[in-house]
Every structure is written in C-alpha cells, then in structure tokens.
Design a protein. Structure first.
Length: 323
C-alpha cells in the first residue's frame, strides 16, 4: 500500500504505548501480536480495495465505511463496532463548522480508522501512544477518540458564544447596519455545527449503551460523560441560535424604528411646505390679475405671510403632539 493510502499504523503494547509499523508488518499481523491500529486515507483508491478484499467486513459495514457522505452513528456487528463521528475542522484556512468525518471500526484485536481530511483528535491519540500515555485497549481507544473530538469542540463553541455576546453589545450601541453580515454568518455557523452535533449526541448515547465484550463498565461511564458533554454543546448551540434570532428581531425592530422616524420627519416637512407650495404655485402663474403685481412691497409682504403660515403650522403640530 502506498503512502497516500496508509497514514499511519501502530501496534499497541497494552500499557499505553504504541510502536509504528509499516504496511508489511500490517499484512503479517496476527491477533496474538497485540492490538493493531491502522489509520487510512479515504481519498486513496487502495484504501477502498483493501477494505473490500482484506478486512472481511460485512456488506453493511463496508458500505458505511466507504460512503461518500456520512452521518454520525453507531452500528454493532458481532463483536465489532462501526462508529462514525464528526470533529471540528481545525486545519489552517478551514472553517470550524466544516466538520471532518472519521469512520472507525473497532473490534477486540484491531482498530481501523479512515478520514477525508486531517483530524486533530487522531493526531492527539497517536502522539499520546508515542509518549506511552495513550489507550491500552480497544475500549479505551474509543473513549479517547470520542473525548478528544468532544473537547476540541469546546473552543469553537466558546467563540460562537463570544460572537453572540459581541453582537448583542453592538445592537445596544445602535450599530445596526453593520451587523447583518456578521449575524447571518453566525446563524449559518450554528446551524451547520448543530447539523452534525445533534446526531453525534445520539451516536454517543448509543455507543455507551452497546454491550460489546471489549467495552468495560469504566469505558461506558467515561462515554456517558462525553455524551453528556455533547448534549451540553447542543444545548449551547440551541441557546446561541435562539439568541441570534432575538438579536435579528431587535435589529429589524431598530431598523424599522429608524425608517419610521425618517418617514415621519419627511411627512412633517412635506406637510409644512405643502400650503407654501400651493400659494407660490398659485401666484406664479403667468396670467393677468395677480394680486400685488404693481406693488413694490408685495414680495416682502408675501414672504412674511409664508413665514407666518409656517409658524402657525409649527404651533398647531406641537399642540397635536406631532413634534
């Protein structure tokens, strides 16, 4: 198998450590040699060929492992478990809500993981094994995988919460016109995160409830804590989504108030100048008999009448509480 297909392979010693091995060692592996972890690249054609021809997967598990689009879920077949999870995308230049899929087949003596893009949670586990501080059993590996994926979501959700707080402050400061783009991006981010976190919560709950021989009661207890943490993340996303909706309502309300105030002032100005325009238009017609045509003071007197009309209108508007 080429380097494009095989990302890494390790033989776990059962004490928290792991030894990197090559593909020849993977092909020679026997269950009595220890727990094998093979990490593959989904995008390589050799990965699909090996899964189909060498792993002995049942058709349902094989189809789930090689599907183009995945949804977080858990499927048990015999003594093995297929777990499909999503982790936040922390690769440089990527959007966190563009979540990375990882598929893991776990059985008592072998672990196979496949991913599209680099997932930091698997890198954490690999580094821990090199430092003799990683999982010793298949059950511990599943717990560590779920735990690392869950913990790396915390920073992203904190950023979402901080962004909501910032938008709330900006709305109070009446910076309404600059908030529409930021608010739209935030709402799309929460929707995309929740799209995978909600089914992932259900998958976590089912994982800790499955009765497979290599999953101990301690592992189930730790998985229960991860499931509870994921539930809290979903609740935080729901809260952020609801708060964003309230901000949107406040923003639309403020924009509506600003528009109404502007239209109100324009209406007052139009009401003031409407009679003035009528009088000036009436006296501006080019026909005979216009009053004051021969009076040199007629223009000033007419201007005074217009000013008087404006004053009377302002007094009337104030009494009517229009001003």
């Amino acid at each position: 198998m080429s380097n494009d297909a095989l990302i890494s392979a390790m033989l776990l010693d059962g004490k928290g450590g792991g030894t990197p091995i090559d593909w020849e060692a993977v092909c020679r592996w026997q269950p009595e040699d220890g727990l094998l972890w093979v990490h593959l690249n989904y995008n390589a054609e050799e990965t699909h060929q090996w899964l189909d021809q060498q792993t002995g997967f049942d058709p349902v598990s094989l189809e789930a492992m090689t599907a183009e689009e995945t949804r977080p879920r858990c499927v048990v077949h015999g003594s093995g478990m297929l777990v499909i999870l999503r982790g936040v995308n922390l690769n440089p230049g990527a959007e966190p809500e563009d979540m990375v899929s990882v598929r893991a087949w776990i059985e008592p003596g072998r672990i196979i993981t496949i991913r599209h893009r680099r997932l930091m949670a698997l890198e954490d586990i690999r580094q821990a094994l090199l430092e003799n501080a990683g999982p010793a059993r298949a059950g511990e590996f599943l717990v560590e995988l779920c735990d690392h994926i869950s913990r790396r979501m915390a920073s992203v959700l904190t950023e979402v919460d901080d962004a909501v707080d910032s938008l709330e402050d900006q709305v109070l400061d009446s910076k309404s016109h600059q908030l529409r783009v930021a608010l739209g991006n935030l709402r799309r981010q929460t929707i995309r995160l929740r799209r995978y976190l909600a089914p992932q919560r259900e998958a976590m709950v089912r994982v800790q409830g499955e009765r497979v021989p290599w999953l101990s009661d301690l592992d189930r207890g730790r998985l229960r804590e991860v499931a509870d943490r994921t539930t809290r993340y979903v609740e935080e996303l729901d809260s952020a989504r609801d708060r964003a909706a309230v901000i949107q309502d406040d923003l639309e309300s403020r924009l509506g108030e600003q528009m109404n105030r502007t239209m109100y002032l324009l209406s007052i100005v139009a009401a003031i100048f409407m009679p003035l325009g009528l009088l000036t238009g009436l006296l501006g017609i080019n026909v005979g008999g216009i009053p004051g045509a021969d009076n040199p003071r007629a223009f000033l007197e007419f201007c005074g009448v217009l000013v008087l009309i404006v004053v009377l209108q302002l007094v009337l508007f104030r009494r009517m509480r229009w001003l």
